[in-house]
Design a protein around this ligand. Sequence first.
Ligand code: GLN
Length: 486
Amino acid sequence: MIESSLKELSRNLAEKEISSVELTRAYLDRIASRIATVNALITVDPDTSLAQAQAADERIARGEAQPLTGIPIAHKDLWCAKGWRTTCGSRMLENFVSPYDAHVIERFNNEGAVILGKTNMDEFAMGSSNENSYFGCARNPWNTDRVTGGSSGGSAAAVAAALAPAATGTDTGGSIRQPAALCGVSGLKPTYGRVSRYGMIAFASSLDQGGPMARNAEDLALLLDVMVGFDARDSTSLERPAEAFTRLLDEPLSGLRIGLPKEYFGEGMSTEVRSTVEAGLAEYRKLGATTVDIELPASDLSIAAYYVIAPAEASSNLSRYDGVRYGFRAEEYDDLLDMYCKTRSQGFGTEVKRRILIGTYVLSHGYYDAYYLKAQRIRRLIAQDFTKAFEHCDMIMSPTSPTTAFEIGAKTADPAQMYLSDIYTIAANLAGLPGMSIPCGFDAAGLPVGLQIIGNYFCEAKMLNVAHRYQQHTDWHLKRSPVASS
Ligand code: GLN
């Protein structure tokens, strides 16, 4: 059952070929014996998980099962889950036990899904390699000397190591898609506003969006069906008619126009990533799609704009960690100001402090117009580029990441180099567009390569169709990492 997709597991559970307790226990056993190898989870709580599994089995017995009832799912450790330690990868929240459920967790609970554990992540979701986690970096199941990507690296590694059949992540600048690509799994960042941010610890609120990570597109659709929905507690949550994300999966792709942005196929990409992605595009042509060249002229400004806007919002969001209300507080201090200072100096890691400093600077009087306002204007231009591009194509495709998984430690000394890991993913966040990554092959070292699909607003069902058809004709998503096969 470790090999099974969510759809198969759902059927096995409904037909009582397995119980949720058996399934959950099988995954907990795998976690226990492999956690040290990949460091993909920060917290597991077998008793709580198994109690949920027991309740799911009773619900199935009563004939009240939903598609994901009894399925164990690992959650990125920034989703608040009642009674669960929720650390956000930070010392600041090392001992924080959430008193409430995030909207997404509530929806999974209502579905009868099981919380399998909380996954490792870069501190406050800032990073592209998971090396910024206070709990140590997660390791790539394809080669444990390599990074998983970030910030949802623990979720990607958990799925790639078969420690969980599926996981949740969040994507502010690429944090679902880039680790999905580096770990050879599928991941989707929905249109901004689709998935409620209530109870999702904030990094940069105008960019943050939760989404699913799994082995294939069909599983992503099943997860999205649960995760998407209006929530009045998130002021940016969108009220839209309900839709089934599985409904278009099997549609043929003939006539699909794929836009290839010339800016995304330029320099800076590894030659092996390029040839692997090109082979993926050839597969799409065989499936009846055509490719058209498009332009996204403002895209070379996306990293610069992002690294003004995201830190600005982060500096504001993270001001709440002051040692007064909850979270870490320094043990020794002289007065209130000293308490703030020591708490934040000791509670936050280097990258988080760097972002707070940048954010405070760009928002300060005298610099606001020069940086923040200008970045917002660039953001508008980037969104307009996409609107124009979608007049000529239905989907945009590119590599997800310019390289495959790099060695642990290779980029930690050079943050600007690290920031380039998200060069192809960030623009979709700035524009609020949905994006996904699916495995499309391997480099010579046996490391996975991801193909990015960016769709127009609210086109998730069509994107899942585009990914699913590819996965019906290829088997990259079925390849198992050494840790998964162990
Ligand atoms: N790597 C990017 C950053 O560090 C994106 C992170 C994310 O999407 N959460 O900001």
